[in-house]
Design a protein around this ligand. Structure first.
Ligand code: PGA
Length: 248
């Protein structure tokens, strides 16, 4: 089942997506959330923090696993996804940070780190709700075009497109790490529910190809068409390639 919700704009998108996450938290107080970094989830996290501060949400029993982390970067590095999650969510809610998991960018042995991270996901009993952004090239997590649909956590070499897109956070494109640990499409597809968020005209082609094009490794997010519970929340600009009658 795929539901597509059109949001008026970014703040509406953030509120709608945060509502879905908050319903998940209320229905299962110890659920496992799959979390994502990037610009798109920032408004969702701000909304969740706001509801927490108003006393409407309790994160104390929540467990979380993040999609990915740069390899070769320490969790203290401000560009690490670990630091991102702390400053944009974890430090502002009552989540027990020992129950939040992110790949360890400092582990040099890729095989060991990927195995360790997969074990964590399995021991947690899988992911109840996976939040996903989408890259302009259709990537999910760091699963770039051409990635195998069969992979679990693995070490990926970032594409030039992704390095350029992410260089806005670094002083230069050369400073962007070249490798990352990412959960694989198989981990994502095993999540019980997926919440995909997309904002802006620059995502419209990727979103259209992913939701209505053929399912192909060249468009990693297209595999989501085969998942049995995907909810898409996107703003008008991101949905501009998709005809309105396909929307809820
Ligand atoms: P963004 O990234 O939210 O920063 O656009 C999404 C992604 O690349 O997965």
């Amino acid at each position: 089942m795929m539901e597509i919700y059109q949001a008026k704009d970014y703040s509406d998108l953030s509120r709608k997506a945060a509502n879905i996450i908050s319903a998940q938290i209320i229905m299962k107080r110890n659920c496992v959330l799959g979390l994502a970094t990037g610009s798109t989830p920032l408004g969702v996290y701000r909304q969740l923090i706001d509801w927490y501060q108003k006393g409407d949400l309790d994160f104390s029993d929540i467990r979380s696993v993040n999609l990915d982390e740069y390899k070769g970067i320490s969790p203290e590095d401000p560009n690490s996804y670990s630091a991102f999650m702390k400053s944009n969510l974890f430090d502002h809610v009552n989540i027990d940070q020992s129950n939040t998991y992110i790949p360890n960018g400092l582990e040099e042995d890729s095989e060991r780190e990927c195995h360790r991270y997969n074990q964590i996901i399995h021991h947690l009993g899988g992911i109840d709700l996976q939040l996903l952004g989408i890259g302009q090239n259709g990537h999910i997590g760091f699963n770039e075009p051409g990635a195998s649909f069969e992979k679990e956590t693995h070490c990926v070499q970032l594409t030039e497109d992704t390095i350029q897109a992410n260089s806005r956070f670094f002083s230069s494109a050369e400073k962007v790490p070249k490798y990352a640990y990412s959960t694989g499409i198989k981990n994502i597809m095993q999540s019980r529910r997926i919440l995909l968020i997309a904002s802006g005209e620059n995502k419209s082609e990727a979103l259209y190809q992913s939701l209505f094009g053929p399912v192909l490794p060249s468009v990693p997010a297209s595999i989501l068409q085969l998942h049995n519970h995907v909810t898409v929340v996107a703003d008008e600009a991101a949905l501009s390639r998709i005809r309105l009658e396909k929307l809820i």
